[in-house]
Design a protein around this ligand. Structure first.
Ligand code: UFG
Length: 355
């Protein structure tokens, strides 16, 4: 089976590509490297002894996208590519709608043109908005509190309407909770540009000494210790969820939705403690004001994925932190900076194959 992965060089994408290749899938990746590096795929190829085929294409380039679908004719698509920073989306809403919504629309049209109608989409628990009815179920009403979240919501709706219009489509909306961790080798992991927005990469950078201290956004929430609680999920478990969904879609058309979370929450202070323990490094922190738009607590009800897909998260907080620490300590400044902008697709493919 031939799977095309958009955003396959990114954090969740690269771990999923590794899993697909290991399981014997043919994998093509399209990525514009706006927030990723081909280095991740070179390391994936090194780890699993097989390479994906790589295409440097932007989803906004509809003619190029159509061409690549015409020549590759994949059986299914896993769609990760998109912008994902909440604060940035508030400052640049049009860029978010164009990239995420128009990019997905272009992708769907390119798929349809070659009769490829199986899609796994990276949605997010952000579609539950500020819901306080915990645990969050797939049936919890959706809302959005920022443009990023609204792009995910619009795309979910677009996919549902598409599946309703034509019974040949098989679509999975996967709602991720908080993806963290890294491949157990420490060779691939999350490599945020600039100052990390998310807690775990920030804590990892403090532990490794790249940043001075963690600002804990709020110490007076009605939670176990006053700090925010989230459902962190190991990226390798998340990758496995995509293969389980893809497998399910082989036997079931229509639009489906699954939460991918562990069902258990951890507080900010629990995360900081776990990191200090595992890394044996001090992780200084300071409680500051709440961050606008944050909820006190959220965690998944992951039961639907267990029942339908036979999938559940296997890795707990200790392992998430341990694997993340391995990645961070082996790569304190992430993937090495290199200039890939001028490389042709052929050169990129030679690079990831180590030729
Ligand atoms: N936090 C801190 N300090 C930091 C960063 C975060 O205390 O420097 C706290 C937050 O207040 C929150 C928790 O750590 O309580 C987790 O914050 P993250 O930014 O790591 O994750 P969020 O839950 O806010 O955001 C995630 C995804 C978003 C998605 C959102 C809702 O990153 O893409 O879940 O599903 F929109």
């Amino acid at each position: 089976m031939h799977v095309l992965v958009t955003g396959g060089a990114g954090f969740i994408g690269s771990h999923t590509v590794a899993h697909l290749l290991t399981d014997g899938y043919r994998v093509s990746v399209i990525d514009n490297f706006s927030n990723s590096s081909p280095e991740s795929l070179r390391r994936v190829a090194n780890l699993v002894g097989k390479s994906p085929e790589l295409y440097n294409i932007d989803l906004l380039d509809a003619p190029a996208l159509k061409n690549v679908f015409e020549s590759l004719r994949p059986d299914a698509v896993i769609h990760f590519a998109g912008l994902k920073a909440v604060g940035e989306s508030v400052a640049q809403p049009l860029r978010y709608y164009r990239n995420n919504v128009t990019g997905t629309l272009n992708l769907l049209e390119a798929m349809e043109a070659v009769d490829c109608r199986t899609l796994v989409f990276s949605s997010s628990a952000t579609v539950y908005g500020e819901s306080t009815a915990l645990p969050l179920l797939e049936t919890t009403p959706r809302s959005a509190t920022n443009p990023y979240g609204r792009t995910k919501l619009h795309i979910e709706e677009m996919l549902e309407e598409l599946a309703a219009s034509d019974p040949r489509w098989a679509i999975a909306n996967l709602r991720y909770f908080n993806p963290v961790g890294a491949h157990e080798s420490g060779d691939i992991g999350e490599d945020p540009q600039g100052i990390p927005n998310n807690l775990m990469p920030f804590v990892a950078q403090v532990a490794v000494g790249v940043r001075e201290k963690v600002s804990v956004f709020g110490g007076d929430y009605p939670t176990v210790d006053g700090t925010g609680v989230r459902d962190y999920i190991h990226v390798v478990d998340l990758a496995a969820g995509h293969l389980a969904a893809l497998n399910y879609l082989q036997g079931s058309k229509g639009a489906h939705v699954w939460n991918l979370g562990t069902g258990a929450g951890s507080s900010v202070l629990e995360v900081i403690d776990a990191f200090a323990r595992v890394s044996k490094r001090p992780v200084p922190y300071q409680i500051t004001d709440r961050r606008a738009g944050d909820v006190a607590e959220n965690y998944a009800d992951p039961e639907k994925a267990r029942l339908d897909l036979g999938w559940k998260a296997e890795r707990g907080l200790e392992q998430m932190v341990g694997d993340m620490w391995r990645w961070q300590s082996q790569n304190p400044t992430g993937f090495p900076d290199r200039e890939f902008g001028t490389m042709s697709d052929q050169e990129l493919n030679e690079f990831i194959r180590g030729e």
